[in-house]
Design a protein. Structure first.
Length: 123
């Protein structure tokens, strides 16, 4: 009969149990300690991947804009905020994302969507 070299007869304590009472490691067989070390290695890799993703996200130029709630800006405020003319904004309103027409003569621009568009497009 072929035996699995990695099969562990004793129950493996959880990492939480080991953290509460590290002394239980001294009572564990080598196979259990190796299994726990393998779990820690996998957990460390998962945490490193999550940390890396969070750091990359935090360094994105538009990260600050996404953490604040979106605001609807008037044409004058949007033009000043993004360094374009009010005339340019109004002329391109049909092509810009996040444009809200509140009435025939009232228009607003989504700050987040306009920022993303202008970051990706040369004006």
């Amino acid at each position: 009969m072929i035996r699995d070299r990695h099969a562990i007869a004793e129950p493996v304590p959880t990492l939480g149990e080991v953290q509460k009472d590290p002394a239980i490691l001294s009572r564990m067989p080598l196979a259990v300690i190796v299994a726990l070390r393998r779990q820690v290695g996998h957990l460390a890799a998962d945490i490193d991947a999550a940390l890396f993703s969070a750091m990359v996200e935090a360094q994105r130029p538009d990260h600050q804009a996404e953490t604040r709630p979106d605001q609807l800006l008037t044409p004058a405020v949007a033009a000043e905020r993004f360094g374009v003319t009010k005339r340019w904004l109004l002329a391109h309103a049909n092509d810009l994302p996040g444009v809200k027409r509140l009435s025939r003569k009232t228009i607003r621009f989504s700050e987040h969507r306009l920022a993303r568009y202008l970051d990706r497009t040369r004006v």
